[in-house]
Ligand binder design. Structure first.
Ligand code: NAD
Length: 499
């Protein structure tokens, strides 16, 4: 049995707490590795190494830091297949999807190569007689991030790439369910030229997270995961005086207007609803056709497409559409919610409960499910299922459809499918959701825009990646400077306007 490590101060170190969690191969259901769960002392060891290394890294000019990022991009491309294989083996997602996970992180690293430009400050020449004002963006110091299981490459890179490009040290506490790729990324960053101690990986559970929340040296915390934990981390981190951004769960609605291209809408729903077994925070989990006639046409198009979905292990390469869910526990929870949907009166149009795969009987596979006639009071509507289950809520009008998306407690992503520019424009303007797609089902913004949800899907002021990330990982310092002759004439006691 493989025993995984932490990556502290440039070295793989064994866990010393004596506590471990199981890392499964979701396709077979076997435990393939043990992940060490750090103690408070192990976290403190990493923080001390980060504190010692960070000032020299902050003093390295931004262009040199950017060159490390550039080299890291090259190494990611070099090792793409190796990383994707390790990712699929622990997460279960298909091989092409694992590459997408790495690619979407890599693109944020590419954005961070622009650090010299992005870190340029502001300057006001002659704000007063002989007076200039300038603002600098300075790194925070030691920063930390806590990431979920569902994007073990992308989300760590969304955090550590801007943090490092800005001159910080970063401690990553990845998900204990798939920690191997984060460890590989830390090694690759050092191969790219990052000094030891600047990027460390400390594996763990709540003990490690609490150690981050309470450590007085750590200046900022990024979190991505479920909403209850996001709220907990935001509250405790903020009350400890840290800068915190937390991104939580989701229930993303796709509105299908009567004039939509129904084939296009159905294809989009298949990818967005069932891709990655529905384990994406930007998955579409609710289809909202407007009008019964639209709903009937949509269901008619969806059913044959769903029945054709190929579910299997990542080792089947391009021959599978989605893989198993991450753990047996996740599978049990999803099946429990499906039962609740039936009990609460929804119509199960496609039933994947009996799905079995020969040779993989113990894997965590869940067949695809489609519900119709779902209503807002049902658990399958209020809760995030995070599985291959699409719910259809029929709306009587556009306003009713809009209201559904607006009244849901989550506000991560949403989409509208229509040929009517006016409806699309109205939807984008009014909906209280952070990321909107117009005939685009998973509107994940590219690296140079920002990513973040509203309502219970996001806590904090700044989004991930794009310009917000450079604000999140720096502090502004503003200098007012005067070099006149005659400054030595004596003190001035009044608070002066700069005239
Ligand atoms: P999770 O909340 O269970 O775990 C996330 C992280 O928090 C992990 O590192 C975990 O070790 C840690 N953690 C778990 N329980 C904790 C506790 N009690 N105290 C302190 N730390 C704890 O989430 P997950 O199951 O890994 O990921 C799936 C969730 O993440 C879904 O809700 C999904 O929507 C969400 N997600 C959101 C986004 C976004 O950008 N909004 C992106 C990806 C995933």
């Amino acid at each position: 049995m493989q025993e995984l490590t932490h990556y502290i101060n440039g070295q793989h170190v064994k866990g010393t707490s004596g506590r471990f969690s199981d890392v499964f191969n979701p396709a077979t259901g076997e435990v393939q590795a043990k992940c060490p769960l750090a103690s408070v002392e192990e976290m403190d060891q990493a923080v001390r190494a980060a504190m010692a290394a960070q000032p020299a890294w902050a003093a390295t000019n931004p262009q040199r830091r950017a060159r490390v990022m550039m080299e890291f991009v090259r190494l990611l491309n070099r090792d793409m297949d190796k990383l994707a294989e390790a990712l699929s083996r622990e997460h279960g997602k298909t091989f092409p999807d694992a590459k997408g996970d790495i690619q979407r992180g890599l693109e944020v690293v590419e954005y961070c190569v622009g650090a010299p430009q992005l870190l340029k400050g502001e300057f006001t020449d002659s704000a007063g007689p002989g007076i200039d004002i300038y603002s600098m963006r300075q790194p925070l110091g030691v920063t930390a991030g806590i990431t979920p299981f569902n994007f073990p490459a992308m989300i760590p890179m969304w955090m550590f790439a801007p943090a490092l490009a800005c001159g910080n040290a970063f401690i990553l506490k990845p998900s204990e369910r798939d920690p191997s790729v984060p460890l590989m990324l830390a090694e690759l960053m050092e191969e790219a030229g990052l000094p030891k101690g600047i990027l460390q990986v400390v594996n763990g559970d709540k003990v490690a997270v609490d150690a981050i929340l309470d450590h007085e040296v750590i200046q900022s915390i990024g979190f991505v995961g479920s909403t209850p934990i996001a709220q907990y981390i935001y509250g405790r981190g903020c009350s400890n005086g840290k800068r915190v951004q937390c991104f939580g769960g989701a229930k993303n609605h796709m509105i299908i207007m009567p004039d939509a291209d129904m084939d296009q809408a159905a294809d989009a729903l298949i990818g967005a609803g069932y891709g990655a077994a529905g384990e994406r925070c930007m998955a579409i989990s609710v289809a909202v056709p407007v009008g019964d006639e639209t709903a009937d046409r949509l269901i008619e198009k969806l059913v044959p497409r769903i029945e054709k979905l190929k579910v299997g292990p990542y080792t089947a390469g391009n021959d599978v559409d989605y893989g198993p869910v991450v753990t047996g526990e996740a599978k049990k929870r999803i099946l429990g919610l499906i039962d609740s949907g039936i009990a609460q009166g929804a119509t199960l149009v496609v039933d994947g409960r009996d799905f079995k795969l020969q040779g993989y009987e113990d894997g965590f596979f869940v067949g695809p499910h489609l519900f119709d006639h779902v209503t807002p009071d049902m658990d399958i509507y209020t809760q995030e299922i995070f599985g291959p289950v699409l719910s259809t809520v029929r709306a009587g009008s556009y306003e009713e459809a809009l209201k559904l998306a607006m009244d849901h407690e989550y506000g991560n992503g949403t989409a509208i499918f229509t040929r009517d520019g006016d409806a699309a424009r109205d939807f984008a303007a009014r909906v209280n959701v952070g990321m909107v797609g117009i005939n685009v089902p998973i509107p994940v913004p590219l690296a140079y825009h920002t990513f973040g949800g509203w309502k219970k899907s996001g806590f904090g002021d700044l989004n991930q990646h794009g310009p917000d990330s450079f604000k999140f990982y720096t502090r502004t310092k503003t200098v007012t400077s005067r070099w006149p002759s005659g400054i030595k004439e004596g003190g001035e006691f009044n608070f002066k306007a700069m005239d």
